[in-house]
Design a protein around this ligand. Structure first.
Ligand SMILES: C[S@@+](CC[C@H](N)C(=O)[O-])C[C@H]1O[C@@H](n2cnc3c(N)ncnc32)[C@H](O)[C@@H]1O
Length: 236
């Protein structure tokens, strides 16, 4: 559905109509994003909400990830790191952490909040052309970024980019979006999302990438559950 912005000049009825459209399009989660977007545009003094504050599961996700950090792991690369919360955690564990995000404002916040000797942040849009320039890292975090890449570069290019990241890591942490079946024509599939994405990931990367653990995590508490896969990519 095309994005339309409701301005302050429009009557309350138009706002309600737009809210109903958003709800039909993507349920409460879409409605909430629409409301945030409306407030951002119409009340410019409000700061853009930080991504990390929209998630209720950062602690839980970090617990899952931390369980799989081994003594031989020295570095973490967080792709689409937003405000850098996981890089900060990794740095606290003594790992050298690099976070990359295309959003300048998120990187500014990440630097102001977390930069130190062992966490560094880079503002960069990773593209099919630049993904190979990323540094190798023992652990690569790829958390809720896949759908952005599919939208921006198409399914096949995104898949190729994921293969490249797996080659650069020994442990790959993959969180696809828990509200859609990427690569499928329809969202109306009987297969549980976790199974679907486990199959899709193996299809994309190959069987030599071994999924060693699967978790699910509650995104914002609004019903969306994201699968999280911990993948041993050391044999690739
Ligand atoms: C849904 S947020 C996920 C943030 C974080 N990984 C997490 O799960 O908490 C996606 C992030 O990826 C970033 N992003 C999307 N496409 C990107 C690209 N091509 N290169 C770098 N960052 C990108 C966005 O700016 C956004 O901060």
């Amino acid at each position: 559905m095309a994005e339309t912005t409701v301005t302050t000049e429009q009557k309350p009825l138009a706002l309600i109509k737009r809210a109903v459209e958003l709800y039909r399009d993507g349920g409460t989660e879409r409605l909430k994003r629409g409301a945030e977007e409306y407030l951002r545009i119409n009340t410019p003094l409000l700061e853009k909400p930080q991504y990390q504050d929209r998630r209720i599961d950062n602690e839980r996700r970090w617990e899952y990830i931390e369980t799989h950090i081994e003594p031989e792991h020295e570095s973490v690369l967080d792709i689409g790191c937003a405000e850098g919360v996981f890089c900060a955690r990794a740095a606290e564990c003594g790992l050298y952490a690099v976070g990359v995000d295309s959003d300048d404002e998120s990187i500014r916040i990440a630097r102001n909040t977390h930069s130190g000797d062992t966490a560094a942040f880079r503002a960069q849009e990773i593209t099919p052309e630049t993904v190979s320039d990323l540094p190798e890292s023992d652990i690569v975090l790829f958390l809720t970024v896949h759908h952005h890449w599919v939208s921006a570069f198409g399914f096949e290019s995104a898949a190729e980019m994921i293969r490249m990241l797996c080659e650069k890591s020994d442990l790959f942490v993959y969180e696809p979006p828990g509200d859609r079946y990427l690569g499928s024509e329809t969202n109306d599939l009987p297969q549980p999302l976790s199974e679907y994405y486990a199959d899709l990931f193996r299809e994309i990367v190959g069987d030599d990438a071994r999924i060693v653990a699967t978790y699910t995590s509650s995104y914002t508490g609004a019903g969306r559950e994201d699968p999280i896969f911990i993948v041993d990519t050391s044999e690739r």
